[in-house]
Ligand binder design. Structure first.
Ligand code: PCA
Length: 226
């Protein structure tokens, strides 16, 4: 259900997810809430919204937030176990294929996020400029070529679909586990990043994207061999 056209406000919408898979924490919600109300320079202020980790319901909450805030920029965040850095996602796929049930027990397999929607949407954030700017400021960041097929990709696709043609830049970033989460599985040596570092990195990413305006993205390598 595309929401365009609308006149954006100065709000920057930042979403995170509630914990899932039996975890007590989700860094994406912690980061979003830590940045709620943060001024990003000029008139831009962050509004944080925590989404349920559930197919369908997450998009309903997101759509409500888009209608309420009419943001000028949107970044959705999610937790990605195993990731070592701030991973800016390149592409959202029109498929739900859940390896485990979501928080409401739903487990769609090979279903479209949006019936008759395009196969994929690219992020409309300046993803290369964001990675370059983050690295220049000593934040660990990279482009990720897949956001998976669980609720994060579902929200990413629904976000891009809702804002298609609006001129409002939007996209998705996966963040690593927090150190206390990684410590709960000592045998697995899972990578993690401290909350303060995640918060600083996400704030920097938002500032870079805002400052970039509607210029074309940088063209520099950020791909993967496989
Ligand atoms: N990560 C999951 C869903 C919610 C979250 O934070 C994912 O990557 O799909």
């Amino acid at each position: 259900m595309p929401l365009a056209p609308y006149t954006p406000t100065s709000t920057v919408l930042l979403t995170g997810f509630e914990p899932f898979g039996g975890a007590g924490l989700n860094p994406s919600a912690e980061v979003a809430q830590a940045l709620h109300g943060r001024s990003l320079g000029g008139e831009a202020v962050v509004a944080a919204v925590v989404l349920p980790c559930a197919f369908g319901d997450a998009l309903q909450t997101l759509h409500q937030a888009l209608r309420q805030h009419r943001p000028q920029l949107v970044l959705a965040l999610g937790q990605a176990e195993g990731r070592t850095d701030l991973s800016i996602e390149r592409v959202a796929l029109n498929v739900d294929d859940a390896r485990m049930p979501d928080n409401l027990g739903r487990q769609p397999v090979d279903e479209p996020v949006v019936a008759d929607g395009p196969a994929a949407y690219f992020s409309t954030l300046p993803i290369k400029a964001m990675v370059a700017g983050l690295k220049a400021a000593a934040h660990a960041a990279s482009i990720s070529q897949t956001a998976g097929t669980f609720v994060c990709n579902h929200v990413f696709y629904g976000l891009q679909h809702a804002l298609a043609g609006s001129g409002v830049r939007s996209g998705f970033m996966h963040v690593p586990l927090l150190p206390q989460q990684a410590a709960q599985a000592p045998g697995l040596s899972l990578p993690s990043m401290a909350l303060a570092q995640q918060v600083a990195g996400v704030e920097a990413a938002l500032r870079i994207a805002l400052a970039w305006g509607d210029q074309a993205d940088l063209k520099r390598p950020g791909g993967a061999l496989n």
